[in-house]
Design a protein around this ligand. Sequence first.
Ligand code: PXL
Length: 281
Amino acid sequence: MMIKPPRVLTIAGSAAGGSAGIQADLKTFQELDVYGMSVITAIVARHPETKKNVHPQTIEAIEAQCATATNQVGVDALKTGMLFSKEVIEKTAEIIRDSNVEHVVIDPVMVGKLDSKLLEDDAIDALKMQLLPMATIITPNMPEASFLLDGRTLTCVEDLKQAAKDLHELGPKYVLVKGGRLEGPAVDVLYNGSQFITFEAPRIDTVHTSGAGCTYSAAITAELAKGNSIHEAVEAAKGFVTTAIDYGFSYTELVGPTYHAARRTQGEAHRIIVDKTVGEN
Ligand code: PXL
């Protein structure tokens, strides 16, 4: 029997070390049994002498890659990661608008663990005004949510809820503010304009979380492409990324990647506590 897995595209940066960006996305897609495709917006590779860590790709190259994916294969769901510049954001918004892809996951990537800027300062407005409104779901972590809300301090779940509410005003259907940097359990808040749901995972004592955000949003994208609801997709993706973080490792003294194969090779996935009683607003 011929199997045709759902088609999933990532528009993001290449992380040469393999832990984040396109590499994390494609590994996640493979683990979750969807057909992964990629559009590389920039190449990130540490250059200790010149500190020139980001190598942007041309708009032409980005357009050509998108056309390949959308015209020659077709796309059921897509995610964006590192977009880097205003020009790339504008082009990406245009491509998404023209493509009519059903599920659009926007991960507003801003700063990486290499200390490289993954989004230029003058690109924030384009991200807010052009891209976030077309999202099915946006997945900021706490620093990203704070940045998108003019530097507001976020320290507790109540702050995440207010941030989700305010970010929803920018136009995405769902907002997932990730509480990976909270004290205590890792609680993420999902908001759809009227209801909050929280997803809670245990705090895992590790520094090897490189690419965890990319992996999480890639997993949400894969689960949406398979026809799951947003709630099901977030719950499954959080279980997947938590298990991957649990088995995070490093080959050197540097912060290492999450282990994308953990769920497949190490048995049970982490169960996530979902609380749908956190109220309406
Ligand atoms: O984890 C954020 C991230 C996303 N995309 C690329 C990266 C990084 C972190 O380094 O390199 C390409």
